[in-house]
Design a protein around this ligand. Structure first.
Ligand code: NAP
Length: 295
């Protein structure tokens, strides 16, 4: 079997086209949504993620507000930058690019974000609403964490059934695995989830049971072809720098061994799978916040 591609680049392009129409409608009412980013330090991967987010915003007509602080910024300086973004009327929603430099208390910084401007959906208030299963159609619905929302959207846009399926999520990180487990088990999405981590005793056995496998670890080629149930959908989220390309760029590897394509029914490429969906959902969150403000 050669897996069909869960094409995140194409799905993200379709989402951005839909968002462009919504942003144009907002512009007619004099509203221009704005995404703020706070980047601390000079990590090349973080910088390239932030650049990609602003590029997506420009494509759909969302304004960009970019704030940068040096690696040496103190906890107080970072906190002040967050409070300034909270207060800036041009900023509809914003993100603090993670990870923050060593020695900074990340959770304290994230808690300072105004939950109503939390474009990443990772503020405790919004994660709490995800736990409570607040109906996305209501006024208090929270922005969803971007990578989990992007994964659900990627599957549904390719017609991969989630309801009633068994999903094994590898990795319990706060940006992907843990909120994804909550989202997939929400009423209306209705998957049954096994959430695994580095202390899981027999990971291969948990993966073999799964109709859908999500690998969000950051360990190159961890997931092997003989772990996969034939026909399963496999989403490769992890990104690890494993060297340098001939042109000097970063050589990246995913969490899924390429041989998985011979067994799986569906496979997300990496790059070009979950990454573009994550960024599209970030822009979607900002447009959604701007739209709610008009109601
Ligand atoms: P994280 O917070 O470091 O979490 C990694 C998780 O992997 C942890 O729960 C860890 O378990 C688990 N783990 C480590 N080794 C394992 C093993 N051998 N077997 C099973 N589980 C293992 O990272 P994250 O922020 O969730 O991100 C995970 C990966 O996804 C990273 O490579 C990141 O770059 C990538 N990512 C990609 C996107 C995208 O849009 N493509 C978005 C976000 C993140 P313990 O909890 O027991 O330590």
């Amino acid at each position: 079997m050669t897996a069909q591609m869960l094409d995140g680049t194409a799905a993200a392009a379709a989402i951005k086209a839909e968002l462009t129409t919504r942003v144009a409608a907002l512009a007619e009412r004099g509203i221009v949504p704005g995404l703020g980013t706070l980047l601390v330090g000079a990590d090349p991967a973080s910088r390239s993620y932030v650049t990609g987010k602003h590029r997506d915003c420009a494509e759909v007509g969302v304004a960009s507000i970019s704030v940068e602080l040096p690696e040496t910024a103190t906890q107080e300086e970072i906190a002040d930058a967050v409070l300034a973004l909270n207060a800036d009327p041009a900023v509809t929603g914003f993100i603090v690019q993670l990870p923050l430099p060593w020695g900074i208390d990340q959770n304290t910084i994230l808690e300072l974000i105004d939950p109503d401007k939390d474009a990443d959906g990772l503020h405790p208030t919004n994660l709490g609403r995800l736990v409570l299963g607040v109906d996305p159609a209501t006024a208090v619905a929270a922005p969803l964490p971007c990578t989990p929302a992007g994964i659900v959207e990627l599957l549904s846009r390719h017609g991969v059934e989630i309801a009633g399926r068994h999903v094994t999520v590898i990795g319990r990180g706060i940006t992907v695995g843990r909120p994804l487990g909550l989202l997939l088990t929400r009423k209306g999405i209705d998957a049954t989830v096994t959430l695994t981590h580095s202390r899981t005793p027999d990971l291969a056995a948990d993966v073999r049971r799964a109709d859908i496998v999500v690998a969000a670890v950051g360990q190159p080629y961890l997931v092997q072809a003989d772990w996969i149930k034939p026909g399963a959908a496999v989403l490769d989220v992890g990104v690890t720098r494993v060297g340098t390309t001939e042109s000097g760029g970063a050589k990246l590897a995913g969490d899924v061994d390429p041989a998985v394509a011979e067994v799986a029914g569906w496979l997300s490429p990496n790059p070009g799978g979950v990454g573009p969906m994550t960024r599209a959902m970030l822009v979607a969150n900002v447009v959604e916040i701007a739209t709610r403000l008009t109601r």
